[in-house]
Design a protein around this ligand. Structure first.
Ligand SMILES: *[C@@H]1O[C@H](CO)[C@@H](O)[C@H](O)[C@H]1NC(C)=O
Ligand SMILES: *[C@@H]1O[C@H](CO)[C@@H](O)[C@H](O)[C@H]1NC(C)=O
Length: 474
């Protein structure tokens, strides 16, 4: 819907020196300035379909403030009407976190709306949901253009806070999902000194492999962290998220392309158009939304989502980059800024695994099982871990041929968050295996990836196949 079209102060100027009639346009608004479709905004590889944005009135960016004094009902604040801020619960001594949604969304979507509630549960901040549903509700390509207006609106508000309240941009954190991530990047490009930007599965189409100016990149804030959850290429794998690194820390949970618990979607065969694809994707976008859900859970799980800095996901899976080095590991999500080496380099890749449904956090452990047996056996070996909280989980450590005295190891991602109080061992013979011997675990060593804690559990004797042997701390 369009608001107050008559009030619009747009001035359309067709410049004469560009031959391409579709390019070289500029729109100007007295509050936010001018926007052109000159390169790199449009007319470069990957951005052919981009253009100038709609008017600020049509994009209709609204700021909904939540604080601990109003957790349930937001207060609408506007820099065009500073008294709305003065009479609100905004406090200049607090950090301010903005949550910015993406295409075909609004601030009332459940996983957007819950973000402020989660934060206010653990911290005293100004939490502002940025609603630009009018600008995001049309074609994907139009929403891409409107990201520039949202970025400018964010800066218009930040500038007012700076002027009227002496509020430092360093205390500002933008959290943007999908196109909202690039709106945050645009705000950071326009306003130097923003403290942090978190990109939650930043949109790929029209941004992937484009110049840093038009997309989120590490120069947009003092610290930029990214969570990639459905990264790839729209036409090859129907992925709406950006695959390339675009922050200081780029987290790729589960490899960043395919989330456990999400069905892998196929490109609808008849659809070959970006706008149709993005609209089709919208209703089904499980992986794309996971970035929001991981972030929300991370707020209330301060020791969860430990990430491992590794060159590739394959290396991480095989156990490389384990356990965390002396300086510690970065945490994915809300507490990523605690990591002391966070801005040492740009484009640092970080990997971790999550569970298939909520709660998603997992803790990675290396399990080493030293076997005692009378003879070489064929089959598989399992361990069951019991946490001090009583949770018991079974894991298969290895399958194949086992030699007495040898140690077999594997990596697991467990939902047991604390210390382990008990370990059990079990083996199963291969079908048709004729040996009559017994097998036991002489020792099971568990290394926790996050803190490097090594604990040894000792067993006595061996057990028959398919029965559990209990081991206790040595
Ligand atoms: C694990 O054990 C250590 C040392 O006994 C203790 O400091 C820590 O709080 C325990 N962790 C949990 C989650 O119980
Ligand atoms: C290391 O882990 C063991 C077993 O889970 C636990 O008993 C011990 O308290 C932990 N130590 C520390 C320092 O966390």
């Amino acid at each position: 819907m369009l608001h107050g079209g008559g009030r619009m102060l747009a001035v359309w100027i067709t410049t004469l020196f560009l031959l391409d009639a579709a390019k070289g346009r500029e729109v100007c608004y007295n509050r936010l300035g001018c926007f052109t479709d000159n390169p790199p905004w449009s007319g470069i590889p990957g951005r052919e379909l981009a253009g100038v944005p709609s008017s600020p009135a049509a994009v209709n960016t609204n700021f909904h403030l939540y604080t601990r004094d109003n957790i349930r009902n937001y207060q609408k604040i506007s820099a065009s009407n500073p008294s709305t801020i003065k009479t609100s619960n905004f406090q200049a001594y607090r950090k301010t976190r903005f949550v910015i949604h993406g295409h075909l969304a609004g601030a009332d979507l459940p996983w957007i709306a819950s973000m402020c509630r989660f934060m206010l549960h653990v911290e005293d901040v100004n939490c502002i949901l940025t609603d630009w549903r009018d600008g995001s509700s049309g074609l994907y390509t139009d929403a891409v253009n409107n990201v520039r207006i949202v970025g400018a609106e964010l800066v218009y508000l930040v500038n007012l806070l700076e002027k009227d309240y002496g509020y430092s941009p360093a205390n500002i954190h933008f959290i943007g999902h999908s196109l909202g991530a690039h709106a945050a990047g645009e705000a950071g490009r326009r306003k130097p000194g923003i403290g942090r930007i978190t990109g939650l599965d930043p949109a790929g189409p029209l941004f992937q492999y484009t110049p840093p100016m038009v997309r989120l990149d590490p120069s947009d804030a003092k610290f930029v962290d990214i969570i990639h959850t459905h990264a790839g290429h729209l036409f090859f794998d129907f992925a709406p998220g950006i695959l390339q690194t675009c922050g200081h820390l780029d987290f790729y949970p589960n490899g960043g392309k395919k989330m456990p618990g999400c069905r892998q979607l196929r490109v609808p065969p008849a659809v070959r158009n970006i706008n149709d694809l993005m609209r089709t994707y919208r209703s089904l976008g499980c992986g794309h939304k996971r970035s929001l859900r991981y972030y929300a859970e991370s707020i209330i799980t301060p020791n969860g989502f430990v990430g491992y800095q590794c060159e590739t996901y394959r290396a991480f899976i095989s156990g490389a980059c384990f356990p965390c080095p002396k300086g510690g590991c970065p945490l994915m999500g809300h507490y990523a800024d605690v990591f002391s080496h966070k801005t040492e380099k740009e484009h640092q890749k970080v990997y971790l695994n999550t569970g298939p449904h909520s709660p998603f956090a997992r803790w990675r452990k290396e399990i080493r099982v030293k076997l005692s047996a009378t003879e070489t056996m064929k089959g598989n070996i399992d361990v069951a871990l019991t946490g001090t909280n009583g949770i018991r989980r079974k894991y298969t450590i290895d399958k194949g041929t086992f030699k007495p005295g040898n140690t077999y190891l594997n990596y697991i991602d467990t939902d047991i968050s604390g210390n382990i109080s008990k370990v059990e061992f079990r083996w199963n013979k291969h079908l048709g295996h004729v040996h009559q011997g017994c097998m036991g675990a002489e020792e099971v060593i568990i290394i926790s990836g996050g803190d490097g804690n090594v604990s040894a559990f000792c067993g006595r004797g061996s057990v028959q196949p398919s029965t559990w042997q209990t081991l206790m701390l040595c």
